[in-house]
Design a protein around this ligand. Structure first.
Ligand SMILES: NC(=O)c1ccc[n+]([C@@H]2O[C@H](COP(=O)([O-])OP(=O)(O)OC[C@H]3O[C@@H](n4cnc5c(N)ncnc54)[C@H](O)[C@@H]3O)[C@@H](O)[C@H]2O)c1
Length: 378
């Protein structure tokens, strides 16, 4: 039985804490929670009198005796708290994003590498989606052949002005280091890099549409991949009926993943074979289609308990010797962040950005955006 401490019991951490307290995670129990907000602690104590409560995360880590910590505080504090856990011999599962800048993520990963005996995971819960797991298997097997095209459309993150006005740290450079990209799209960008890796370069435009915020809620990106393939990534948070679609086309087939269903189309002959053999202007091939879905019961369970609980379960399973690897290692968090930093760099400098991203250049840009925001909203 693994004793957990949840640091930050706001919207997300509150769900983690409740799931653990209700024994919904096998082989895990809630030992303690921590939050800087005394009112939240008081409310939690009333409902869960047996759970220790702390106001200071350092004290919580040192005194609770928990073997595993879930960090669910605002982004900028994720690595500071995760590092403190590792240095003090405690396993840690960080909420996404790993942090805000790729430079800080690289620094954190160096710290984690010094503690290989401890588990450092990150809450990339969308990886538990069965369709993505199937697509990942296809990608790892090379089922699509040479990468030709990637199209990711994520316009279903509708967020109203009311949402932005709710949390002080949300949708600002000073509070969370970005907008739609860093808060919401980081999930899909993790999935994208999980499947096809990072591009060699990208060019981006970001905008704020019909919201009183200083960060973006509209994004358009063109990517170039090492194979020569191109990609487009479009995201928005202002379409009441948005789309969620990932298409990956290869030489030997393609996958199309929508919100609740996907299809894998395997070509009988590769595009190279078709092109080498046809003597007409057009060409085609017979195909085999395989379908997969999110699953009705799974969707229902995820809606009730949160898809995130599957990540906590896997994390506990690894610590209990029942699984080999967590849903995502913390170090993998740097990759989607690098993509996001590249998008901001490109959008704010008006030029193509190459990978690996220059972390110092991004730090300078972010410092400038934070300063300008502070001047506008002191
Ligand atoms: N995995 C997901 O799908 C998902 C969904 C929502 C939020 N999140 C992530 O969870 C994190 C928190 O988001 P939220 O919506 O719950 O925010 P929130 O503002 O509702 O909760 C954050 C909590 O952390 C507390 N806190 C802040 N600094 C602290 C510190 N130093 N020590 C202890 N407590 C501290 C705050 O008082 C607050 O209660 C964010 O990084 C967000 O990206 C992830």
């Amino acid at each position: 039985m693994i004793d957990f401490l949840v640091i930050g019991i706001g919207r997300m951490g509150g769900i983690h804490a409740r799931n653990l307290a209700a024994s919904r995670v096998r082989g895990a129990r809630l030992k303690a929670v921590c939050d800087t907000d005394e009112e939240k602690l008081e409310a939690f104590r009333k409902k869960h009198p047996g759970v220790e409560t702390y106001k200071d995360y350092r004290e919580a880590v040192l005194r609770s005796g928990a073997e595993a910590v879930i960090v669910a505080t605002p982004h900028y504090s994720h690595t500071e708290i995760s590092e403190y856990c590792l240095v003090n011999g405690v396993n840690v599962l960080s909420e996404k994003p790993q942090t805000v800048t790729v430079g800080e993520a690289r620094r954190m990963n160096a710290v984690a590498a010094e503690h290989p005996d401890l588990l450092y995971g990150i809450m990339y819960n969308q990886r538990t989606n069965r369709m993505y797991a199937y697509a990942k298997k296809l990608m790892d097997e090379g089922a699509l052949g040479e990468l030709r095209r990637v199209t990711l459309v994520v316009t279903d993150w509708y967020r109203s002005q009311f949402y932005y006005d709710m949390g002080g740290w949300r949708a600002s450079w000073n509070g969370e280091g970005g907008g739609l990209l860093i808060n919401q799209c980081v999930h899909q960008l993790d999935i994208l890099q999980w499947f096809v890796g990072l591009p060699v370069s990208l060019t981006a435009v970001v905008k704020t549409v019909n919201r009183n915020i200083s960060v973006e809620n509209d994004v358009a990106v063109i990517m170039e991949y090492p194979s020569g393939a191109t990609g487009e990534f479009v995201a928005s948070g202002h379409e009441p009926r948005g789309t969620n679609r990932l298409e990956i086309a290869g030489d030997k087939g393609k996958i199309v993943i929508d919100k609740h269903k996907m299809v894998y189309i395997a070509y009988e002959r590769s595009e190279r074979e078709i092109n080498a053999s046809v003597t007409a202007g057009y060409g085609s091939t017979r195909v085999k289609k395989t379908y997969a879905t999110y699953g009705v019961f799974r969707k229902l369970a995820d809606a009730i308990y949160g898809q995130q609980m599957r990540v906590v379960q896997r994390f506990a399973d690894v610590l209990n010797g029942k699984a080999k690897a967590p849903t995502a290692y913390g170090a993998e968090g740097a990759r989607a962040l690098e993509f996001i930093n590249a998008v901001y760099l490109s959008a704010y400098t008006g030029r193509k950005v190459r990978f690996p991203v220059d972390a110092d250049e991004y730090d300078e840009l972010l410092a400038k955006l934070k300063e300008e925001e502070s001047i506008k909203c002191p």
